[in-house]
Design a protein around this ligand. Structure first.
Ligand code: PHE
Ligand code: CA
Ligand code: ZN
Ligand code: ZN
Ligand code: ZN
Length: 284
């Protein structure tokens, strides 16, 4: 799998931070900052050759669009999805929550397009509206799928807060078959990832889980406190939150752990390749 450039991911984060600054300081669903965030991601994807669509979430508290990007290739009845919520809270620019997941997926999508490998599965990326109001955008998306479309989605991988300054290394459903490639990558870095206990039912993977689709994903932690055992194996500070700026105005580009961001971005690439790319792909 390619080594994703963390500098490129950080440049997307800088753009999202600027978008917030120029639109009242946030990227909340229904705001100008959210619409501008969708436009930024969409423009990059279209230029790279994705088939991109916007889906208006009519059941969302703040009406706005989910952004769906399909990489042409691979059997559509064997689809693997990667998603992140693109909206933030009103308090600040939302750069770890969830510019980090959004930018990680955008750069992975661009890297896949640039490599253009033979696809054994169809890959679809999604950026959700209205997560902060209760997983609304992803719930709407899953709800509008036909039974055939739902059963075509073999796995959904979620990325919500993947660069917390006092990072933990958490995987949703860490012992599931779907999580195996995600776990394999972080295991290769000797991170000894743990179950994402804090995130159970709290992000968009829950919408897919409720739809009967296998789910996994990475997270580096929100407001919960890092234990001394976790600080011993991962570094950082015991007795402090994983992200001390969670849902606050200080969730800016300064609130990003570049090491955790890189480990997350590279693990996504590993998972895209492991699940969906043929043997003619560049070797790992
Ligand atoms: N879904 C939460 C949010 O966006 C983030 C979160 C994820 C919190 C996982 C805890 C655990 O605010
Ligand atoms: Ca990298
Ligand atoms: Zn949040
Ligand atoms: Zn979030
Ligand atoms: Zn790999």
């Amino acid at each position: 799998a390619p080594d994703i450039s963390v500098a490129n991911v950080q440049s997307h984060l800088a753009q999202l931070n600027t978008i917030a600054s120029q639109n009242g300081g946030n990227r909340r669903a229904g705001s100008a900052g959210y619409t501008a965030s969708v436009a930024y991601v969409k423009g990059k994807l279209q230029a790279a050759g994705y088939t991109v669509s916007e889906q208006t979430c009519t059941s969302c508290t703040y009406r706005g669009n989910n952004l769906i990007a399909d990489w042409p290739g691979g059997p559509s009845d064997q689809t693997v999805m990667f998603g992140a919520h693109l909206d933030g809270v009103a308090a600040g620019p939302g750069i770890n929550d969830n510019g980090s997941g959004s930018a990680t997926l955008l750069e992975n999508a661009l890297a896949l397009a640039q490599r253009n490998p033979t696809m054994t599965r169809h890959v679809r990326f999604a950026w959700w509206n209205g997560e902060e109001q209760g997983l609304q955008g992803s719930k709407y998306y899953v709800g509008q799928l036909t039974a055939a479309q739902r059963s075509a989605i073999k796995a959904y991988y979620n990325f919500d807060m993947v660069a917390s300054t006092n990072a933990g290394y958490f995987i949703n459903n860490v012992d599931s078959a779907a999580s195996a490639p995600m776990k394999e990558y972080w295991d290769s870095l000797n991170l000894a990832p743990e179950e994402n206990v804090e995130g159970q039912g709290r992000s968009d993977d829950y919408s897919f889980q409720q739809g009967g689709i296998p789910t996994s994903g990475y997270a580096t932690g929100a407001s919960d406190t890092k234990s001394s055992a976790q600080a011993a194996k991962w570094g950082g500070t015991a007795g402090r939150s994983y992200d001390p700026c969670y849902h606050q105005s200080c969730d800016t580009t300064s609130n990003i752990n570049a090491t955790a961001l890189d480990r997350s971005a590279d693990g996504v690439a590993h998972t895209v390749w492991k699940t969906s790319v043929g043997t003619t792909a560049p070797a790992d």
